[in-house]
Design a protein around this ligand. Structure first.
Ligand code: SF4
Length: 459
């Protein structure tokens, strides 16, 4: 901005005006040419040693008040003896258009005022920029926090909110409301925006994700949506698509065949069983029997031969006897699933099981059942993973962890490997050299090229 200082009175005032000018220059402001009529910052450095000097000062301020009326953005300041060293209350009342009052030799009030205004201007500019950006967004587009832009490899995309199933133990329907599917266009916009910010894998989310579209008359189902998302993924460079969590009752052949058919949809199905005993399943109000679940697993494996199946299990549900728990143990032993998320039952407020059932399995027993399944699952998964030893698998690299690249194979199993170059966000073909129940180690075959940093169109 440009400034002008009208200096009245003695040499001391001249020096004070120079001091003020110097401070303004340091802030990047410049002296206005001519008589100061065009200046953005107008200061009268006053003198009261004589009435005439005082009148002159008040006369100049009177002229400035007229300018301020029509150009309120101008900054008007008064400095010097008229202001004095105490708060000039009378002046504030008499000269309400003055923005800054400076005691003699003290430019600090003007400096702080201008800094504050700069901050406000900057804040307004930022807000305007954010508004423009928001307006430019399509419904569904998402802006990642700055620290995740260009960094996040795998992101979640909700496609169904809420749940209307009401399993007797579950609080979700009370907290997240009834099932609502998002529109396809919104989901596509969401995914496109993530891709522009560097994301390489999307996981479509729903409490019962395979019910997608059931609440939209003649709406698309999850299989239809996957085909649309797959086309978008090819277009924008999303390498992998997953979806979770499914309910056994809604897993159609059409959906499974679509998964098998689309190369970017990973062979990975999350479908909770919750319990292996039919009477416990009925009390949970899950809507299927253990045998139906068995058949579902066989069907999934037939249609998607390379599939990894994950499940959820609750132990110690009200009334679950040891014998009933052993049904869960046996089905898990029999089905050999790739992962089981285990939980000990605890009553959640408002749920049917909390209101109507007795939480009668002692905590020690729940812990013991949990430990038994954990041990079983570790053995089962160790054997499944051992089959990968020596195989070449394609992994998507998520991050670097303690000098090793952390990646996942199509079945969502963790694979670590060491390699030069920047592999984050890239697909790599690695050879498995060690397997355990929770992760695998691999090496890069000799012929694999060293990775260059990926090209990210950060938004
Ligand atoms: S467990 Fe899943 S399906 Fe059952 S009510 Fe909760 S969210 Fe819905």
């Amino acid at each position: 901005m440009r400034y002008h200082i009208w200096t009245l009175g003695c040499q001391m005032n001249v020096a004070d005006s120079q001091l003020l000018a110097s401070e303004l220059e340091k802030m990047g402001h410049n002296a206005a040419p001519g008589d100061g009529g065009d200046a953005d910052i107008m200061v009268v450095n006053t003198c009261v040693v004589r009435q005439s000097a005082e009148d002159k000062g008040l006369g100049r301020l009177q002229l400035l008040s007229k300018i301020k009326e029509t150009q309120p953005q101008k900054v008007i300041g008064v400095m010097g003896c008229m202001v004095g060293v105490r708060d000039p209350l009378w002046m504030r009342q008499r000269l309400p258009y003055v923005d800054v009052f400076m005691p003699p030799s003290d430019p600090a009030p003007m400096v702080s005022f201008l800094k504050e205004r700069q901050n406000e201007t900057r804040a307004l500019a930022l807000e305007a920029e954010a508004r423009t950006r928001r307006d430019a967004l399509q419904d569904g587009e998402l802006i990642l926090p700055l620290h995740e832009r260009g960094q996040l490899v795998s992101a979640q995309v909700p496609i169904v909110y809420g749940c209307s199933h009401a399993c007797t133990f579950c609080i979700i329907p009370f907290r997240r409301g009834v099932e609502r599917s998002r529109r396809v266009g919104e989901i596509v916009a969401h995914i496109r925006s993530l891709a522009l910010q560097g994301v390489k894998e999307v996981t479509l989310l729903g409490q019962i994700v395979d019910r997608y579209g059931k609440d939209i008359p003649d709406g698309p189902d999850l299989a239809d949506l996957l085909r649309v998302v797959h086309r978008v993924a090819e277009d924008v460079g999303i390498e992998r698509i997953r979806f979770l969590t499914s309910h056994p009752n809604w897993m159609t052949d059409k959906l499974l065949k679509t998964v098998a058919d689309l190369p970017r949809v990973m062979p990975h199905i999350e479908v909770p069983i919750q319990a292996g005993d039919d009477s416990v399943l009925a009390r949970m109000r899950r809507g299927y029997t253990a045998d139906q679940y068995r058949k579902l697993v066989a069907r999934i494996r037939k249609i998607i031969p390379q599939v990894a199946i994950h499940t959820d299990i609750i132990v110690g549900f009200p009334g679950e006897t040891r014998a009933q728990f052993m049904e869960t143990y046996r089905i898990l032993e029999e089905l050999k699933l790739d992962k089981a998320h285990l939980a000990r039952y605890s009553p959640r407020p408002q749920t049917v099981s909390d209101r109507r059932m007795d939480d009668d399995v002692p905590d020690g027993e729940k812990r013991e059942r949990h430990r038994m399944l954990e041990d079983l699952q570790a053995r089962v998964v160790a054997r499944i993973n051992a089959q990968y030893l020596g195989q070449r698998v394609e992994v998507l690299v998520e991050d670097k962890h303690k000098n090793r690249w952390r990646a996942r194979n199509p079945q969502n199993k963790l694979v670590f490997f060491e390699a030069e170059g920047d592999w984050k966000g890239r697909l790599a073909t690695v050879e498995i050299t060690w397997t355990g129940p929770w992760s695998m180690q691999a090496r890069l075959p000799q012929e694999q090229p060293v990775a260059e940093p990926p090209l990210v169109l950060a938004g």
